[in-house]
Design a binder for this molecule. Sequence first.
Ligand SMILES: NC(=O)c1ccc[n+]([C@@H]2O[C@H](COP(=O)([O-])OP(=O)(O)OC[C@H]3O[C@@H](n4cnc5c(N)ncnc54)[C@H](O)[C@@H]3O)[C@@H](O)[C@H]2O)c1
Length: 272
Amino acid sequence: MSSSSEQSSVYDWDQVRQKMTQSVTLIMGGAQGTGKLAAQQLLELGCPVVIADLNAKRLAATAKEFASYGDDKLFTMPADATNPREVQALIAAIIAKFGKLNNVVYCAGAVRAQRPSLEVDGDEWDLIVNSNLKGAFLTEKAAIPEMIRAGGGSIVNMSSRAGRLSSLFLGIHYTVSKTGILGLTRHIATEFGSQGIRANSICPGGIIGERMTYLMSQLNREGDLEKLAKQSPLGRNVFEKDVVGAILFLLSDLSSFITGAIIDVNGGTLTV
Ligand SMILES: NC(=O)c1ccc[n+]([C@@H]2O[C@H](COP(=O)([O-])OP(=O)(O)OC[C@H]3O[C@@H](n4cnc5c(N)ncnc54)[C@H](O)[C@@H]3O)[C@@H](O)[C@H]2O)c1
């Protein structure tokens, strides 16, 4: 049996922090929302961060807002995750800038609200499924060889409560894309674990943030947020920082033996 002094030295906190601050993390879809907050918290910790996003204008505003963290820590580049050439160019630029890539957080994706399945056409299906799922595959396909070269790392993919159940609110394409993310993540965890790569999915409930505020105001459904909060045994809605906490945990060595897992961040509204 280990002594209490051995127990208390299980985590070398300096080492946990040092490993994080030496790791380069790409956040795809990080110009706003959860990805942006995750990027900021990593920068606060002193970690090098790359933020990529399809929306160049929004990305430029985020880069300006975060400029005080310094060029040596923050690199931003517009990229469409669904375009393999743009993704390859992004990974090449990261290697040119930092010399390595350790982690990927995939937060990118488009969304459409209140879309009955029979009104979804092929173009809308492609937009939602490609940005939420194909983009994750292409980004991680390009990143994994570099992550292996760097000695391994962590992939965090944003699924959703919709990936565990379904979302009549966000539609069949969203449900399918977020279910697909669980399979993609599981597969990567299994195929690349022996090369030091961990991959996990996060399934948040509806997050109080820019996206939700926009959707609810478009639909005049702001009152629904109160009802949503009451569904949680903890009595409130999910905040971006709740999800960012899970992201930071999965990027750090505190989760070093967790891979292929699904982390629910929903305040107990789904407990299986
Ligand atoms: N907001 C929620 O309530 C909620 C709930 C559960 C899961 N999620 C998931 O969490 C993730 C982050 O959510 P959020 O609310 O912060 O999202 P958001 O809509 O605020 O941000 C998504 C970002 O992805 C970018 N993007 C879209 N398509 C892209 C592409 N092809 N290539 C690169 N970037 C692209 C957008 O420009 C945007 O900046 C998403 O995957 C979302 O589906 C969100």
